[in-house]
Design a protein around this ligand. Structure first.
Ligand code: DX5
Ligand code: ZN
Length: 221
C-alpha cells in the first residue's frame, strides 16, 4: 500500500483563527498543510504570502507546509517562502519563464520542489526536468477558488503521471488538488495519487476528524 498523505487546504479555514485551525486539522489526523498562494494575476484571487507561513511556524506548527504558488513571476518569492518555513514549494510551469532554474532555486533553498498542472495542461513540461521534481501536483479544478467540483478527466492524467513516476524510478509524490472529498478519494487513489488536498470537504465539516478518518478509511480499504 502507498504512503498516503492528507493535506487540508487552509484556503477554506477561518483566517481569523488560522493557527488554531491548523492545529485542529493536524490533531484530527492531517499529515501536511496545503498553503495556497494567489496573486490576482495568475489566478483571479488574492490570498496569503510568506509572512503568514512564517507566522504559522512562529505559532508552533511543525508539520510540513506545502506551498502551492499560483503567482507569476515565481522566482522572486522562492527565497522568501523558504525562509518562512515552507517544506514544499510548487509552481505552475506556465508561470515561470525558466522552469529548470525555478526548480533548482527551490532545491538550493532547501525545500522540496514541484510542478503543478492545470486541468487542460499536459505533462510535457516534465520531460527534461523529472530529476529535479519532488512532487507533481495535478489540479482537478481550475485554480483560484475552493469549493469547486472535481473535473473527472483528471483521473486519466493521474494514471499517466503515475506511470511516468514509476517508470522513472524517482521518488516523486503525486498530489491531486480540487474537489477532493470522501466520495471520490478512493477513485483518485486507485488511479495512482498518494497525496490529497482537500479544503472545503474538511473545513466546511463540523468534525474535521470524522472527515479525515473517512478519507483515510476510503483509501486504505
Ligand atoms: C484551488 C486551490 C485548492 C483549493 C481546494 O485553486 O489550489 O487548494 O483550496 O479547495 P477544495 O478542496 O474546496 O476544492
Ligand atoms: Zn492548492
Amino acid at each position: 500500500m502507498r504512503d498516503y498523505l492528507i493535506a487540508p487546504s487552509i484556503l477554506s479555514a477561518d483566517f481569523a483563527r488560522l493557527g488554531e485551525e491548523v492545529d485542529a486539522v493536524l490533531a484530527a489526523g492531517a499529515d501536511i498543510v496545503h498553503f495556497d498562494v494567489m496573486d490576482n494575476h495568475y489566478v483571479p484571487n488574492l490570498t496569503m504570502g510568506p509572512m503568514i507561513c512564517k507566522a504559522l511556524r512562529k505559532y508552533g506548527v511543525t508539520a510540513p507546509i506545502d506551498v502551492h504558488l499560483m503567482i507569476t513571476p515565481v522566482d522572486r518569492m522562492i527565497g522568501d517562502f523558504a525562509e518562512a518555513g515552507a517544506s514544499y514549494i510548487t509552481f505552475h510551469p506556465d508561470a515561470s519563464t525558466h522552469v529548470d532554474r525555478s526548480l533548482q532555486m527551490i532545491r538550493d533553498a532547501g525545500c522540496k520542489s514541484g510542478l503543478v498542472f492545470n486541468p487542460h495542461t499536459g505533462l510535457e513540461a516534465l520531460r527534461y526536468v523529472l530529476d529535479k521534481v519532488d512532487m507533481i501536483l495535478l489540479m482537478s479544478v481550475n485554480p483560484g477558488f475552493g469549493g469547486q467540483s472535481f473535473i473527472p478527466a483528471t483521473l486519466d492524467k493521474v494514471r499517466e503521471a503515475r506511470a511516468l513516476i514509476d517508470d522513472s524510478g524517482y521518488d516523486i509524490r503525486l498530489e491531486v488538488d480540487g474537489g477532493v472529498g470522501t466520495d471520490n478519494i478512493a477513485e483518485i487513489a486507485a488511479a495512482g495519487a498518494d497525496t490529497f488536498v482537500a479544503g472545503s470537504a474538511i473545513f466546511n465539516a463540523p468534525d474535521y476528524g470524522e472527515v479525515i478518518s473517512a478519507m483515510r478509511d476510503a483509501i486504505s480499504g
